[in-house]
Design a protein around this ligand. Structure first.
Ligand code: DCP
Ligand code: MG
Length: 555
């Protein structure tokens, strides 16, 4: 790839309108829309709303971050850039040695999931633009509505401006959970260790399945296996799914979006095919690169994966090690997971849900009970137990906070988890989202072959860790945390509380210190857009970007 280290300001994030409010048209069914017109309607319709104010606050922070980034960039010398490029070329050489093209990874994702379930059960909706959610927030829209710019994480009242004839159906979360279980049953036939990334998507490693078929004299290609899997899903649910087949989870996820809806795409397991596929790919297509990262990189003139490679010295010089390492993996199509031996250790398992804002303590306790039961099931399935319970909540003003508590011993008992999480519930606040997370997990040795996208930490999260104000303190704590192992923790050595957000800050000063750190850490989250927020008359699922790297199934 040709080198070019000029910093372009043309594609910088913030413009006259809020970058965080802009329509993300990198979603299936949203290509070729008049985005300028749609963004104008969105901006006009939302001005003055709490949603807009929240986004505005985010954008101000992003703008400050971009200004810093550009100022640092302007100060870089040619000498530094040369060194940066040299370092990145070295790293690329090492990553190439780790490239694994031996696995067949599949990412399966249901089409317009909640909307498709509702249409299946009410066929007259089929020809109408429709969305699921409420006037406060939509969880998804059908492909018809997407042509108007209506999509998930958009308030329904804005969507109605874009498409006045839009039908909004309330969320029926138990129904989607049930369908999800049916779909997951099919997944298990192809990879019993499949990794559910949310209710409607999963990563499967079908390498062993294909070998077994061949050994049994019934050889089939990956594409045939996936066609069959999708047909089985259709048969059991009357719903369509799309899939991507590739050498790693990162690429498989991009591929599953290629022929959506009701399609699949195979990326050949060769370096040439991967490099050809990746070169013009917009970075936003990569799971983990969200609006904020897009804006930050845009300020450096990076919008495609090829740009990531071309500007690699800037990434090295301006971002943290974990970020530039991730960027380089993306540029090379290697990904940060999927048989390349570099998977990050699973840190936590969590469930969360969004609902109509309420301050009713009983109602909130009940939601926590349901989430804890789901979490317990996931822990059981993964063969894990945990020791730290975190309650995450979002207020009706969109502020996200967490509280953490430590259990006396490792557990995966839903009732114990619920009790601990309920003890962290604030009184009197109107909440619209609750999440329960278990961390300090026992060594997952028994979970065996970890395939595909199980533990990808999102780039937004990596950047969040970089931004973590407690980073300096972390270094001071490193000595004490390094001297204690997980085994020490369970044997009753002085308790070390680990930040469930940045994972690298620990304290032995107790929960109050930890809670204050976590709040501080999460405040950085304000930098990150609320793409997954949902609300509805009933319960609905929401997967926060922060959680993307953990195995989770929302409830
Ligand atoms: N969801 C949600 N809130 C969001 C995004 C999604 O509650 N902000 C829910 C509703 C979706 C489901 O998760 O139906 C799956 O999310 P996807 O991103 O896979 O979107 P869809 O399945 O709806 O559409 P696509 O066909 O693009 O996969
Ligand atoms: Mg989907």
């Amino acid at each position: 790839m040709a080198g070019n280290s000029d910093v372009s300001t043309e594609k910088c994030g913030p413009t006259e309108s809020l970058g965080v409010m802009k329509l993300n048209d990198h979603k299936a069914g949203m290509q070729g829309l008049d985005t300028a017109k749609i963004n104008q309607i969105i901006e006009e319709a939302s001005k003055g709303s709490q949603f807009y104010q929240h986004k505005q606050k985010n954008q101000e922070r992003i703008n400050a971050k971009i200004a810093n980034l550009k100022a640092s960039c302007a100060k870089l010398t040619e000498e530094q850039k040369k060194l940066g490029r040299f370092k990145m070329d070295n790293l690329a050489g090492k990553l190439e040695l780790m490239r694994d093209l031996s696995r067949t990874i599949v990412h399966v994702d249901m089409d317009a999931f909640y909307a498709a379930v509702e249409i299946r059960d009410c066929p007259e909706l089929k020809t109408k633009p429709m969305a699921v959610g409420s006037s406060a927030m939509l969880t998804t829209s059908n492909y018809h509505a997407r042509r108007f710019g209506v999509r998930a994480a958009m308030p329904g009242f804005i969507a109605k401006k874009l498409c006045p004839e839009l039908v909004i159906v309330p969320t029926n979360f138990p129904k989607y959970t049930e369908v999800s279980r049916q779909v997951q049953k099919v997944f298990a036939d192809y990879d019993p260790e499949f990794s559910a990334a949310s209710l409607d998507e999963a990563y499967l490693d079908i390498t062993d399945f294909l070998v077994a078929r061949k050994d049994a004299g019934a050889e089939m290609t990956a594409a045939e296996a996936v066609e069959e899997m999708r047909a089985k899903i259709l048969e059991s649910t009357q719903l369509t799914a799309s899939a991507g087949i590739a050498p790693n989870g990162m690429l498989a996820k991009v591929c599953s979006d290629k022929n959506k809806p009701n399609g699949q795409f195979v990326l050949e397991n060769t370096r040439e095919a991967v490099m050809e596929f990746i070169k013009d790919l917009p970075i936003r297509k990569i799971s983990g690169i969200g609006n904020v990262t897009e804006q930050l990189l845009g300020a450096l003139g990076v919008s495609t994966c090829r740009d990531l490679w071309d500007k690699r010295e800037l990434l090295y010089l301006l971002f943290s090690e974990s970020s530039y390492d991730y960027f380089l993996r993306v540029a090379l199509g290697i990904g940060s997971f999927g048989g390349d031996g570099s998977e990050r250790e699973r840190k936590s398992v969590s469930c969360e849900t969004t609902f109509r804002s309420t301050s009713d303590h009983e109602e909130l306790c009940d939601i926590i009970r349901q989430l804890s039961a789901d979490l317990a099931r996931d822990l059981e399935r993964l063969g894990l137990t945990g020791r730290s319970v975190t309650l995450k909540y979002k207020t009706d003003k969109f502020d996200v906070k967490t509280r953490i508590t430590q259990l006396m011993s490792q557990t995966r008992d839903g009732a114990v988890i619920a009790k601990a999480a309920q003890s962290l519930l604030p009184v009197g606040l109107h909440l619209r989202l609750l999440g329960v997370r278990m961390s300090q997990l026992t060594s997952p040795a028994e979970t065996g072959n970890n395939s595909a996208g199980r533990k990808q930490r999102t780039l937004d999260e990596l950047l969040l860790a970089v931004e973590c104000p407690a980073r300096k303190k972390r270094k001071l704590d490193a000595q004490v945390s390094n001297s204690l192992t997980e085994a020490d923790l369970t044997r009753g050595a002085p308790l070390l509380f680990t930040c469930p957000v940045c994972h690298s800050w620990r304290t032995s000063d107790g929960e109050v210190a930890l809670n204050s750190h976590v709040d501080e850490c999460l405040n950085q989250q304000v930098l990150y857009p609320e793409q997954q927020s949902t609300t509805s008359a009933g319960c609905s699922s929401s997967q926060s970007k922060l959680d993307r790297y953990v195995i989770r199934r929302a409830k």
